[in-house]
Ligand binder design. Structure first.
Ligand code: ADP
Length: 267
């Protein structure tokens, strides 16, 4: 009789154990299903945004080329030229968008490779300023650079940091007022090396941080019309700075301008 009792209790324990582990497995399966579903939703939302972003400039290029093809402007070279200009601008936008998308995809998949070397941040910033000078001129904006006395050595992938600086400088120019200026400084401190890009333009309203660093997002919906851009530049810059063990941030006041800062850890 005692043996039967033991046997029943043993069976009950085994049954309860199996039941509990079955429940645990079910919970894990549910969690996994929710994770896959969420990833799928993010992906399909991304694909729909990307398709829209690609379609917009393409529609414009098709429209412009279609107009020229009719020959309606054969006797009006001035008008034909301005239509070609629209097609060209949009094809540049398309290729910038594709480059940004490829970069982002590589960064998010962890496939971006970095060639770290010792770089003098001041000379890199000078190169960026030189490269952007023509663009700044078209906006009537001047660029000023205040280099530190000390050498600002950082461990960095030169091309990638150049890409970050180009993005910060071109944004500062785009959002400056005509005739304005942008101040660039490099600072060497015990906590690391920093570069600041300060404009005196439109500024960014409070609470827009997610849009500033988000993908395909711009603070003002009219920004794209007025200044172009993909809304990917700062999302990419943030990933690049994180891979350097540093960061990117800004301070801003509407109507007074914005200061973006990138930080490198002490080398
Ligand atoms: P975009 O290619 O559109 O410039 P970014 O990711 O570089 O994309 O910037 C995202 C958005 O952040 C910009 O469209 C703009 O709304 C805002 N922004 C970035 N820099 C500045 C700035 N210096 N002044 C005002 N707004 C800015």
């Amino acid at each position: 009789c005692l043996f039967v009792l033991f046997f029943v209790v043993e069976c009950a324990i085994i049954y309860l154990g199996l039941y509990r582990s079955g429940l645990d497995q079910l919970d894990q399966l549910r969690l996994e299903r929710d994770r896959v579903q969420a990833a799928y939703e993010v992906k399909s939302q991304f694909v729909s945004v990307v398709s829209h972003e690609l379609r917009t400039p393409l529609t414009s290029i098709n429209g412009a080329l279609g107009l020229l093809r009719t020959g309606a402007y054969a006797n009006d070279p001035e008008k034909a030229r301005s239509i070609l200009e629209v097609a060209h601008k949009n094809s540049m936008r398309l290729s910038a968008l594709i480059n940004d998308l490829l970069d982002l995809q590589k960064l998010e998949a962890g496939h971006m490779s970095y060639a770290f070397e010792q770089v003098d941040l001041s000379s890199l910033v000078e190169d960026s300023i030189e490269g952007i000078a023509g663009f700044a001129q078209t906006y009537g904006v001047s660029l000023r650079f205040d280099a530190p006395e000390a050498v600002a050595l950082v461990s960095a992938d030169r091309a990638r940091i150049q890409q970050v600086m180009d993005n910060l400088l071109s944004n500062a120019v785009k959002f400056s007022h005509r005739g304005g200026h942008v101040d660039v400084t490099v600072e060497v401190t015990d906590e690391g090396v920093r570069a600041h890009v300060r404009d005196h333009g439109t500024g960014i309203p409070e609470g827009a941080r997610e849009k500033v660093f988000g993908k395909f997002t711009q603070v003002d919906s009219s920004d794209r019309r007025a200044h172009g851009g993909t809304g990917l530049g700062l999302a990419i810059a943030q990933e690049i700075m994180q891979a350097h063990g540093g960061g990117i941030d800004y301070e801003s006041e509407v109507g007074r301008g914005t200061k973006f800062t990138i930080t490198f850890p002490p080398s």
